[in-house]
Design a protein around this ligand. Structure first.
Ligand code: F6P
Length: 328
């Protein structure tokens, strides 16, 4: 992490895809800043709010009654304007006009990349919080929203299992994760699925067919969890490939989609957001910046943006073996 002077006025924004727990993190940042004597300005709609000067002051009462809500009260966007030099210059001049000395940015890879560039070009200091359901960031065991998303997805898959087993059907269930299979892998193990397909790994169709049949060739119904970014092109494509090999199988496809992004955050996500929100303000008060706060092995940790955004967090390879053994 880099060091600078303690700010007196900080800005706060959420950017990229929303994730359950962002509101709890906003609440924690605003209230901790209040306790530390810092002013907070919230920017609306991610980096677009910075570029267009859409903002509002945030005090401790402005964040009442939000800890239990999904989404983000600050709204979010994937801003195209901010990813131009001109947009970032505008953002820096708006921060100067408002007297905002540093930012807390809540989001994923793109969010921290933006904050890093803003620092290099205009000296704007930021601390990041990992807010994404994908759990693909290095520097934290869990990102804000991941626990809620996987619990939502598993609840949906449990329901699918009821109907799958009643009809002896094979279901392909697609979960989110364009670049990361973390959601798919955890959900597959937790839901007792037969197989999982993820973007990080190419699977052979023969192995998938074997898993569907079971070790004794007698499985009547099966669930295959597919990450949206898996290498063949998603659940519908995989279902077609399997249909060609097993024409007598009764196959259905369910895409869970954005249901996974909404809903009231779990206890785990609320506690994570609260701890990390406080940690972000504490870090800025200590003069730290250009880093993401996370939790590793139960400890609050700070990881430089450059490291957090380099590639993706690795999947737990042992879970593939666990899945294979238990799907016998
Ligand atoms: O990054 C979070 C995420 O939900 C991914 O899992 C998914 O691929 C993507 O966002 C969907 O983005 P959008 O909401 O823009 O369709």
């Amino acid at each position: 992490m880099s060091h600078g002077v303690k700010p007196h006025h900080i800005g706060l924004l959420t950017s990229g895809g929303d994730s359950p727990g962002m509101n709890a993190a906003i609440r924690a940042v605003v209230r901790c800043a209040h306790v530390q004597g810092l002013k907070v300005t919230g920017f609306l709609g991610g980096y677009d709010g910075l570029v267009n000067g859409r903002s509002r002051p945030l005090g401790p009462r402005d964040v009442s009654n939000i800890i239990q809500r999904g989404g983000t009260m600050l709204r979010t966007a994937r801003s195209a304007a901010f990813f131009t030099e001109e947009g970032r210059a505008k953002a820096a001049s708006i921060l100067g006009e408002l007297g905002v000395e540093a930012l807390v940015v809540i989001g994923g890879n793109g969010t921290f990349t933006g904050a890093d560039i803003l620092h290099r070009e205009h000296g704007v200091r930021s601390v990041g919080l990992p807010g994404t359901i994908d759990n693909d960031l290095k520097g934290t065991d869990r990102s804000i929203g991941y626990d809620t998303a996987i619990n939502t997805a598993v609840e949906a898959i449990d329901r699918i299992r009821d109907t799958a087993s009643s009809h002896d059907r094979l279901f392909f269930v697609e979960v989110m994760g364009r670049d990361s299979g973390a959601i798919a892998l955890d959900c597959a193990v937790a839901a007792g699925a037969e197989f999982v397909l993820v973007p990080e790994r190419e699977e052979h169709i023969d192995q998938l067919i074997e898993a569907i049949k079971g070790s004794d060739g007698a499985k009547a119904s099966s669930i295959v969890v597919v990450a949206e970014g898996e290498t063949e092109g998603g659940a519908f494509r995989i279902a077609d490939l399997v249909k060609d090999r097993l024409p007598n199988k009764d196959i259905r496809v369910t895409v869970i989609g954005h249901v996974q992004r909404g809903g009231s955050p779990t206890v785990q996500d609320r506690v994570l957001s609260s701890r990390l929100g406080v940690a972000a303000v504490d870090a800025l008060v200590r003069g730290e910046h250009s880093c993401m706060m996370g939790m590793i092995g139960g400890q609050v940790t700070s990881t430089p943006f450059a490291e957090a955004i380099q590639g993706h967090r690795e999947l737990d390879r042992d879970l593939f073996r666990v899945l294979r053994i238990l799907a016998t």
